[in-house]
Design a protein around this ligand. Structure first.
Ligand SMILES: [Cu+2]
Length: 116
C-alpha cells in the first residue's frame, strides 16, 4: 500500500470521526490504521474495533499537553511512552481481545479497543 493511499484512509477516518463519533469508522478496518485524536485531554473515541494485526494511530493535537498512553490487560502491560504535542504514535494490536488504553498523565482518559 502506498503512502498516498494510506494518507487518504487517514483523512477518511478522521472525517468520519466528527460525524459518527464511534465505532463505524473502524468497522471495516483490518490492517489499516485509523487515527484517534488526543485533544482537550480526551481521546477522540471512547471505543474502537479493529481486527487482529490492525493498528491505530494516536495523534496528540494539544497545544501543550503531553500524553502517555499505556495498556493494562490480563497479563499484558504495554507502554507507548510520552506523546508530545504534534506527535503521532502507532499502536499495533496483534492479539484478539479487549484492551483499555489509558493515559499515565490524565487518569480520566480511556479508550476501549476491541480486537476481533
Ligand atoms: Cu493524557
Amino acid at each position: 500500500m502506498g503512502s498516498s493511499i494510506k494518507g487518504r484512509v487517514f483523512a477518511s477516518a478522521a472525517g468520519l470521526a466528527c460525524c459518527l463519533g464511534g465505532l463505524q469508522a473502524y468497522a471495516n478496518a483490518s490492517t489499516v490504521a485509523g487515527i484517534v485524536i488526543q485533544k482537550a485531554r480526551q481521546f477522540g473515541f471512547r471505543a474502537v474495533t479493529l481486527q487482529a494485526g490492525g493498528s491505530i494511530v494516536l495523534s496528540n493535537e494539544e497545544a501543550t499537553a503531553v500524553h502517555h498512553a499505556y495498556i493494562e490487560a490480563d497479563g499484558i502491560r504495554r507502554d507507548f511512552g510520552d506523546q508530545a504535542p504534534g506527535s503521532r504514535t502507532t499502536l499495533v494490536f496483534s492479539q484478539r481481545g479487549d484492551f483499555l488504553v489509558l493515559c499515565g498523565v490524565h487518569p480520566k482518559m480511556t479508550l476501549a479497543v476491541h480486537v476481533d
